[in-house]
Design a protein around this ligand. Structure first.
Ligand SMILES: [Ca+2]
Length: 118
């Protein structure tokens, strides 16, 4: 009987360890996705304040980044459109897939919304 009890205990401990291992793996997978789809830079690529998103943003002022972007980095396989107006209106430029533009020209300090277009 003692042996049987010990076996049950050992199985319980083993499943706890396995559970921890699975949980740990999940956490690692999440942390490897911290690079978001788009990064806007206030100054240059890799310099100064930046704003990251993987979702469309209809109004950058909600994130304190309206009319600030001067450089744009698209980190995924999509093309993104960056608009001078809120709610995806007005002049725009397209960046991506997987492209960094260090000087966004006429829309410098004028970007107010952005979304992936394909
Ligand atoms: Ca700027």
């Amino acid at each position: 009987m003692l042996t049987k009890k010990f076996t049950v205990l050992a199985v319980l401990i083993a499943s706890s360890i396995a559970g921890f291992a699975i949980h740990h793996t999940t956490v690692s997978a999440e942390s490897s996705q911290t690079v978001q789809d788009v990064t806007l830079w206030d100054d240059q690529i890799g310099k100064g304040a930046s704003f990251d998103t993987s979702k469309a943003v209809a109004d950058l002022s909600k994130f304190g980044f309206n009319n600030k972007a001067s450089a744009i980095q698209v980190n995924n396989g999509q093309k993104w459109r960056f608009y001078a107006g809120k709610n995806f209106t007005g002049e725009y430029i397209d960046v991506g897939p997987d492209e960094a533009v260090g000087n966004i020209g006429r829309l410098n300090n004028r970007i107010s919304s952005l979304k992936a277009i394909r």
